[in-house]
Each structure stands twice: as C-alpha cells, then as structure tokens.
Design a protein around this ligand. Structure first.
Ligand SMILES: Cc1cc2nc3c(=O)[nH]c(=O)nc-3n(C[C@H](O)[C@H](O)[C@H](O)COP(=O)(O)O)c2cc1C
Length: 226
C-alpha cells in the first residue's frame, strides 16, 4: 500500500471476470462509486479463456455471452501491474459450481511473483459475486477469493451488515455483495436481475473500502509499515 502524501489519492483496482454481464454491471458500479468517493479507479476485466462458448448447445446462454463480450470490449484487460498499483483491490467473479470462475483464478495465479516480493501486503481487499441461485454457492465463492487475500497478507474489509443497504431483500451477504441472476441468461436483457439495491450495495462496499484504506494509508505514513 502506498502511504498518503498531501496530494495522493487512494487507488482502487476493480478486477473482474464476467460471462454474461452480471458481474460486469456490478464492477462498473463499483468503479463509479470509487471515483465518487474521491479515489482513482481502474476498472479491469480478465479476458475469456475460451474462444467458443463453453456450451454452444445452450443457444440463449451463448448469445448472451457473445453480447456481453461485445459490451465489455472497451474495458481494458487486467494486468498484475494493476494490483501492484492499487491500494484497494476488489475482485469479482460469478460462482461456478461453488467456486470462482476459472479465468479469474488464472489471473490470481499470475500474481505469484508480486506476492513473492510481498507486493500485495496491507492492501485493502474484498470481493463480490453473482450466482444463478440464492443458495448456489455465494459464500463459498466469496470465501475462496477471501482465502487468497489471507495468503497475500491483505486487509480484508467485507461489507458486513454495516449499512442499511445490506438488509435490503436482494442483499444480505455480509461476506461480499452478491446478486442472483436466475436460471437463464437472457439475450437482449442482460443482467436485468442485478437490482438497484445490489448496485447500491456494491457502491457501499467500495466506499467503505476506500474510506478504510485512506485512513490506513495515513496511519502507515506515521509508521514503518507500508
Ligand atoms: C459453468 C457454470 C457453472 C455455474 N455454476 C453455478 C453454481 O454452482 N451455482 C449457481 O447458483 N449458479 C451457477 N452458475 C450461474 C452463474 O453463477 C450466474 O449465471 C451468474 O450470475 C453469472 O454471472 P455473469 O453474468 O457475470 O457471468 C453457473 C454458470 C456456469 C456457466
């Protein structure tokens, strides 16, 4: 984490993978919230790792997946230098069979050299997810991401139930904001089940991370910790 100088702003990297747009929508809202909170934000997507649909026979899913690829094409792809740059790292990925989607895991593995030189220590981190079903593995997905943060020596700042927005009916996951997309990815109506309350919650989670990171940076400036 960089220490706070008189003019330096807190730097937030939002790194995500999204197949059919739900995570993309949440990540975009997080980036807007970070900027609104006075931070500098980098919105970065992890690219798809297959050239063709995972399941071409699921035509609606495949169409939605292609539509989302088009919608995300102008978002820069994530590099490990984005993690190095950031004071705050917010990772997002859909749950797939109760685990994070593989492209984001691949990206995480590339952080090995940065972690080896302790380049991720003391950064403020948390994560968010989207699943098809409310009990389809949101906590498992979030906690697998948070396990990575333990290994990196990051400071995990979850949303908890520290704001009323977390008690809205479509929210409530204290480990990290989570949305429920339903069973279908619907072409032309991408991510329509990401609710306004989900968007407000990810904005809150991001704001909370920025505030805590900014306070920590000022504190670290007075100690030998960086
Ligand atoms: C291969 C695969 C596995 C999935 N596994 C789960 C699962 O275990 N639980 C669940 O609730 N949803 C599961 N889903 C649904 C996605 O988590 C859900 O559609 C999510 O909202 C997608 O986010 P995205 O639009 O950002 O890609 C799976 C989807 C795919 C393609």
């Amino acid at each position: 984490m960089s220490t706070a100088g008189p003019t330096s702003v807190t730097r937030v990297a939002i790194v995500y993978y999204s197949g059919t747009g739900n995570i993309h929508k949440l990540a975009t809202a997080a980036a807007e919230a970070a900027e609104k909170a006075g931070a500098q934000a980098r919105l970065r997507r992890v690219p798809e790792y297959v050239n063709e649909s995972l399941a071409p026979e699921f035509t609606e899913w495949t169409e939605a997946w292609s539509e989302n690829a088009e919608a995300m094409k102008d978002v820069p792809t994530a590099g490990i230098d984005d993690l190095d740059w950031a004071d705050v790292v917010l990772l997002g990925a859909p749950g797939r069979f109760g685990l994070i989607a593989a492209p984001l895991k691949h990206f995480i593995d590339l952080a090995w050299p940065l972690n080896a030189r302790r380049g991720l220590a003391n950064k403020v981190m948390s994560s968010f997810t989207s699943t098809g079903a409310p009990h389809g593995g949101q906590e498992a997905t979030i906690l697998s991401l948070n396990n990575v943060f333990y290994h990196w020596g990051a400071i995990i700042v979850p949303p908890g139930i520290t704001d009323d927005i977390q008690t809205a009916p479509s929210n409530g996951n204290p480990y990290g904001v989570s949305s429920v997309s339903g069973r279908q990815a619907i072409p032309g109506r991408l991510a329509e089940n990401v609710t306004e309350d989900n968007l407000a919650a990810i904005a809150y989670q991001t704001r909370r991370m920025v505030e805590i990171a900014t306070a920590l940076r000022q504190g670290f400036a007075m100690t030998s910790l960086e």
